[in-house]
Design a protein around this ligand. Structure first.
Ligand code: AMP
Ligand code: MG
Length: 267
């Protein structure tokens, strides 16, 4: 899955990426879903090890246009993991209290502690995406944020946080279908937000803002992955694979017991 990783310094052009790509799994949808079930189990044991070892902190950042599948990815990729060790932090329109602080204030308080995986459903990147596209802050302030974000993430990494950032890349056509489904299916009506149509009108500006953000903030210590997300099953497989590869790479160990267990007799 390394093909989806952006190495630092890459000039990102999203038109070079295919949202419908499924190149790393040739078996198709049904087999792909089966493979995900196996990966769920693998992730479950790796997460238990992470929790038991209590040493590493894992931060997963999910970004993407409306309907790109951030919620679905969280539900499916983390199915079966122990909820005690996994947290989800969603970042919506900032409250007054949040706006009265710097934009990283609400972010920093939600980063993972040792032994934990925290998933950001949207993140500080909104402050160079929606904020830029909709002109919610002056351009020069937004401009300085790429470097600030890179430095903030560097600090987290140097203090022991493993950071993975995923851009769930859907096509404009796929978004149309998913929004239509929210209108057509009663059990999905609650998800329909007329504001999403307004944002959709800014599609090209969002693409440009994403290209800038991905180009300027993909680093060795906090890389971005551009995940083809038109096919939900494949999106899930990419996420699960990268997470599993990363967790395996940490070479975690179950901590030894602090007592001499050989002396213990249970009556
Ligand atoms: P959802 O992910 O559907 O719950 O929507 C959350 C909404 O909050 C999206 O429209 C985001 O663009 C918006 N949002 C998140 N962070 C910010 C921010 N810092 N400033 C303005 N809007 C934001
Ligand atoms: Mg939404």
């Amino acid at each position: 899955m390394q093909r989806y990783k952006l190495s630092s310094g890459t000039q990102v052009k999203l038109s070079d990426h295919d949202p419908r790509d499924t190149a790393e799994f040739l078996g198709g949808k049904t087999a792909g879903k089966g493979r995900l079930k196996e990966m769920n189990r693998e992730l479950e044991s790796l997460q238990e090890l992470l929790y038991a070892e209590g040493k590493h902190k894992i931060l997963v950042v999910l970004q993407g246009m409306d309907t790109s599948g951030k919620d679905g990815a969280i539900r499916h990729v983390f199915e079966g993991v122990n909820p005690q060790g996994v947290k989800v932090a969603g970042f919506g329109v900032p409250s007054k209290e949040e706006l009265d602080h710097d934009y990283l204030w609400r972010i920093h308080r939600r980063v993972p502690k040792r032994g934990e995986i925290t998933i950001f459903n949207r993140s500080h990147y909104e402050d160079v995406l929606v904020v830029k596209v909709r002109g919610l802050a002056p351009p020069d302030r937004v401009e300085r944020r790429y470097a600030q974000i890179t430095e903030f993430e560097r600090m987290l990494a140097e203090e022991g946080t493993t950071i993975l950032k995923f851009f769930l890349y859907i096509s404009k056509e796929e978004q149309k279908q998913r929004l239509q489904e929210r209108l057509d299916r009663p059990e999905k009506n609650w998800k329909f937000n007329p504001g999403d149509l307004v944002e959709r009108g800014f599609w090209d500006d969002y693409i440009a803002a994403y290209e800038t953000a991905l180009t300027r903030t993909s680093t060795e210590h906090a890389p971005w992955y551009v995940v083809p997300a038109d096919r939900k099953w494949y999106r899930n497989l990419v996420l699960a694979s990268v997470l599993i590869e990363t967790l395996k790479g940490l070479e975690m160990q179950y901590p030894p017991s602090e007592t001499d267990l050989s002396k213990i007799v249970i009556e």
